[in-house]
Design a protein around this ligand. Structure first.
Ligand code: FMN
Length: 149
């Protein structure tokens, strides 16, 4: 059984909806899930964790959602040793933004890697333009992801 912390970066709720769907369904597969949403994402304690799933959208012109910026800054400036951590990334975006498609998810992915965390699976990129059910796509991906932990 994995003990998973989902860290949400969201502006308008889609990433939160995906995280909530995972937290409703993954325990049925034998995994413990905790969600750090809007207010909590910046302050998460990563020391006592072994598996993290970053679930973030991209806003503005390729920017991070406001609520996850404090975590990104902490990782960038303090570069904590996260070699004990396994992580995955669900990036929500929209392909019509082309050059900045899922840029926030890519940025969080790079920050965790730079701190020594071990990536599990390939990053999921959900395109709002073609996917009306992001929570279903996230759950399909996560059901595979947990088997690799
Ligand atoms: C004002 C605005 C700017 C956006 N900028 C980007 C972007 O630069 N790149 C991208 O891939 N998606 C972009 N998106 C699409 C969002 O990431 C996508 O709609 C996502 O599902 C929103 O998730 P959220 O509700 O969790 O914030 C933008 C959406 C809005 C409304």
């Amino acid at each position: 059984m994995a003990n998973i912390l989902i860290i949400v970066g969201t502006e308008s709720g889609n990433a939160q909806m995906c995280a909530d769907h995972l937290s409703d369904n993954l325990p049925g597969l034998g995994h413990a899930v905790e969600v750090a949403g809007d207010a909590d994402a910046g302050n998460v304690d990563l020391e006592g964790r072994d598996a993290v799933l970053v679930c973030t959208s991209t806003h503005g012109d390729g920017e991070l959602p406001d609520n996850i910026i404090p975590l990104a800054e902490r990782l960038r400036e303090q570069a904590p040793d996260l070699s004990h951590l396994r992580y995955g990334v669900i990036a929500l975006g929209d392909q019509t933004y082309q050059a900045t498609f899922c840029k926030a998810g890519k940025e969080m992915d790079a920050l965790f890697a730079r701190c020594g965390a071990r990536k599990v699976g390939e990053r999921l990129e959900i395109d709002a333009c073609t996917q009306p059910l992001p929570d279903e796509e996230a759950l399909n991906w996560a059901q595979e992801w947990v088997t690799m932990l």
